[in-house]
Every structure is written in C-alpha cells, then in structure tokens.
Design a protein around this ligand. Structure first.
Ligand SMILES: [Zn+2]
Length: 284
C-alpha cells in the first residue's frame, strides 16, 4: 500500500485569525516569519508540500512564494483576506475564488489548482463554486464537530480514491485527518493540537491514525512556528483564546521533527495535493 502525507500550511498572519475579527487589531507586527522556520524544516527533510496562501499577502511574499514554487512546493489559494465563505453570499465567494487565484497566479507565474476555505467554512453549494472557478481540488473538509466555526461538507456522492480523498468528474476533495476517539473525532492533523498537546499524548494518537490510513494530512500556520513574541493585541483576547493562540509555540518545531520521523518510519511519502490529483488521474 502506498502511503502519503501532505504537511500543508495555511499562509496567513496572526491578525487573520477569527479571534481578532472583531478587534480591528493594529497590523504592524507580523508572525509570518514562522513560514521561514517551516521552509527550512521541510528543506532539511527534502519535503515538498502544499501552501494555501491568502492572496492579499501575495505581493508582500512574492519573492518567497516564487522561490517556494521553484523548490517544488505547490502554491494554492486560501482566499483573498480570510473571510469565511459561509459568511459571504455565493456571488461574493465566487469573486473571492477568482480574485485570489488570479492574484496568486500573477505573482507566482504558475497555475493555482487548489483551494482551502478559511476555518473549513464550506458547504456543498460553495464547493460547486470552487469547481466552477476552475480549481482542480478543494481541501476544506474536516469531520470534526467540536469547533463552532467549521462548516459541514457532504461529498458522499464522490468516488473514494482512498480514505480522505474523493473525486467526481475530475474534481477532488481532500479531508484533513481526524481520529475517532470515544465517539468524538480528534484532529490529529491540526498544528494547533500538535502545539498545545504534549508529544506523549499526540504520538500514540497519530500512530493509531497512520497505522490504519494511507493518507495523513497536517495543517499548520506560520504564527505557530514564529519565534517572535505574541503581538500586543493578544492581551485583548479572553483567557482561553489567548492560551489557545499562544501556547506551545516554542516546542512545535521539535514536535514536527518527531512527526516527520514517525511518518518516514511508517513508510509515508511526502507529496503535494496536486501530486495526489495527478497520480489518481493516471490510475483512472
Ligand atoms: Zn486560515
């Protein structure tokens, strides 16, 4: 059995997080340098992966994005400015999809084929818009009811390529990984869980998941890997949010190293979502 891991990153800054949406925070500080920390980790392990990038950051990150694409990483879209699709009308969302794709393609000079919705905020009518806007795949599905912001996306009429990867008429859906534990689904894919939970807890959960699954999908963000202190606006958050936002950043790079070693040990190959789409079309 071929086994694949996509260590995807959603490239956004700290102020794009939903926690800050009502606070209009001052944006002069940035935690985007966590992207460099991640890129050097990937380079050390010769890993190529997919980055879902907000197009409003594309100009600022232009040179970095072009270097990433030249190094074999895939640049995909995370929308324009991290507006949740379920908060937009269908027409607004269609514009967001087209605009973000055009901007990213313009900056990177490569085709943009994938989309991931901010906060996994996605439903079936909006998924059809992703397809209509010319994308080849979407990765906005998570089977996790414990988070109030996430949408619910039904793709039961798609054909399963493998658990977590389904396809319909050449359009693919990728689910980020969750593990059923005691009637709940734990996101063993979430950088946030990796950051906050001790490795002694995450390791057996991830091991249980990967031993029975041919596809492991991680999603992580630059702020989780930035060595900089939290921005002043974090002090305005309620305590549980502040904890969730800020905890464990110092240790997450070490845990990622352990995660990569675990996946390598279990025979996983590291790929982009685009690789998986092309490969499954080759099999069809
Ligand atoms: Zn996001």
């Amino acid at each position: 059995m071929n086994r694949y891991a996509v260590l995807s990153m959603d490239v956004e800054d700290w102020y794009h997080l939903d926690y800050f949406s009502g606070l209009s925070p001052e944006r002069s500080s940035s935690l985007l340098d966590g992207l460099d920390v991640y890129l050097s980790l990937l380079e050390r392990h010769s890993i190529r992966t997919t980055f879902f990038v907000l197009s409003e950051l594309a100009e600022r990150l232009g040179g970095t994005l072009r270097a990433m694409a030249a190094a074999g990483h895939e640049i995909a879209s995370h929308g324009v400015a991290h507006k949740r699709p379920l908060k937009m009308t269908i027409d607004e969302f269609a514009d967001d999809l087209r605009q973000s794709r055009a901007t990213l393609e313009d900056v990177v000079q490569r085709s943009v084929e994938g989309f991931r919705a901010p906060c996994f905020s996605m439903d079936r009518p909006r998924l059809e818009e992703v397809r209509n806007a010319g994308y080849t795949y979407d990765s906005s599905r998570i089977d996790f009811t414990g988070h109030r912001l996430y949408g619910s996306l039904d793709v039961a009429d798609f054909d399963a390529v493998s658990p977590g990867h389904s396809v319909q008429q050449g359009f693919h859906e990728f689910e980020v990984s969750t593990l059923p534990v005691l009637g709940k689904r734990l996101p063993v894919s979430a950088g946030g869980y990796l950051r906050i939970a001790p490795w002694a807890i995450m390791r057996p959960l991830i091991q249980t998941y990967v031993r029975s699954s041919p596809l492991y999908v991680l999603y992580i963000h630059p702020f989780e890997l930035s060595p900089r202190p939290l921005p002043a606006a974090a002090a305005k958050l309620f305590f549980p949010q502040r904890l969730r936002f800020g905890l464990g950043r110092a240790g997450v790079a070490r845990k990622l190293e352990k995660l990569v070693r675990l996946l390598k040990h279990d025979g996983f190959s590291f790929v982009t979502f685009r690789d998986l789409c092309q490969q499954s079309m080759g099999q069809a």
